[in-house]
Design a protein around this ligand. Sequence first.
Ligand code: ADP
Ligand code: MG
Length: 601
Amino acid sequence: MPIRLLPEDVAARIAAGEVVERPASVVKELVENSLDAGANRVEVETRGGGRDLIRVQDNGLGIPAAEVELAFRRHATSKLETATDLEHIATLGFRGEALASIASVSRVTCITRHANETVGLRVRLEGGDIVSRTAVGRPRGTELLIEDLFYNVPARRKFLQSERTERNHIDAFLTRYAIAYPHVAFSLRHDGREILSTSGNGKAGEAVLQVYGMDLGTSLLEIPTTLSDGQLIQVHGFVGPTDVHRANRGYITVFVNGRWIQDLRLTYAIIQAYHTLLPVNRFPVAFVSVTMPAEDVDVNVHPAKTEVRFRDGDAVFRAVQRAVRATVMDEAPAASAWQAPPPSDAEVVPADADLATRARLAALTPAARQIALSPTEAHVETPPFFVPGAPLASQETTLPVAISRSTPAAKLPPLRVIGQAATMFIIAEGPDGLYLIDQHAAHERVLYERLLSAWGQGQLVSQPLLEPATVSLPVAEAAYLEDLLPTLQALGMEVETFGPGTFLVRALPNLLTNVPPGDLLADVAANTDERSPIQVGLEELIIRRICKRVAVKAGQVLSREEMERLVRDLEQTANPRTCPHGRPTIVQISVEQLVRQFGRG
Ligand code: ADP
Ligand code: MG
């Protein structure tokens, strides 16, 4: 085929595809327009997950009647004049593409009245062409109705996901904007059901509660505004304390100059700020809003405007990391010499917030956090869509679950490992003095909860041994073990009888594959006094015995990494203070005790 210019409608649809990917992109573009128009009330309504109808109404400036037609033309915008304007964009829109794109793939009705005009205008467009035009009365502001999205792009319509998924994308967008714009009253309804309604009273903390719900919302810490005083790069927002964490990064939100952006580096800055404070492979909850001079950010990177480039990315990285770190550290009890290790590639900020800030942060602490969930249970998390106002049952599936380790009394504070004593105990320092940890008991506790929870969720992965191992046992034990075989099977231990008193071990849970199978079976079949499965289930009993076998022993020299890992793992358990057999894992010597002992108090 020869080269030729595409007909205008084909080009338009191709371009529209970059801007309007799904119903949520329509909502995004329309809401951005409302915010650019200075609205302080924005109502969003959808039907059929946004395929059938999206309605966005605002009380902004409105569009002058003479310009409405133009607004729907490609590259028509009131927000840019010259190319140099591109260098300091202060509005959310600037490309003049959204309305044209949306109109080319849907049926649009626009009703608007400009603040300086007495009559409003109602136009209807189909496939981008105006099909009707009437004068109407309405309060100042703009209402856009988008019907039958992608009706003329069957391929795109086919690729839309379930109504629920599309709604979730819209929720994810609008809830974030509701937090970022606390001065704007947002409301959202899907199929007549109210999802979100914020007051617009300017209190970001209230918007956070409305969006995240009480449990998570009250646990979040506000980044003190004092941290940004006099800074060119200002960082505001809310971050989770160290005991609130998630299985993925989806709970990290970054705004730059009022725009929600996807930025791997800033996301990483936030994760880094929690360095050593969160368990491995867990991610913080954070809502971080950065404001900086418009000329230091380039938003003209992608048609969807969700990516930006910074003139000085390092400076932004540092500012974000600093602010988040300072906020998180300030929340931890500030006792004596305690200080967690500094983040690797950033300055350490002293936790020097004033009393008022502290009081405000304290007020945000929840009366009661959610009861402990074992860490592995967090894998069943749903994506980060906050649905305030939804019935409780559905909240349970859509709201992220706060993973607090246990009741506040039993919870361990973040500990800093100092060393090992008597090849038996780990010495650590915490906010309230010294902690001595029994390495064996602690490891037993960690393994026990892991195995138990993996088993409880049917996630005990068993691994075949390279060579099946034969194990022979004393008769009594062998008989006992024979009764246990089905239970062992359920625990991922494939063991079969192989002659009198002899067993063949074919597979073991992967946590156990480097334990000699003979020792393992001996342990499982031993401890006759503990055999009664009355108090606990047989499986649990076996798991306890296995843990006893597998856990590091007294007398074993541990490397610093091993000790640190063990302590971090212990912090994550639901009951860090006792081993599965009920003995203490940890003994604390408070600063007070030390002070008294030294005759200082
Ligand atoms: P952009 O936002 O990039 O300028 P759009 O296609 O989104 O491009 O909008 C085109 C123009 O229509 C805007 O520049 C603005 O002047 C006007 N407009 C769109 N939506 C609204 C609104 N809700 N209130 C007032 N003016 C609007
Ligand atoms: Mg726009």
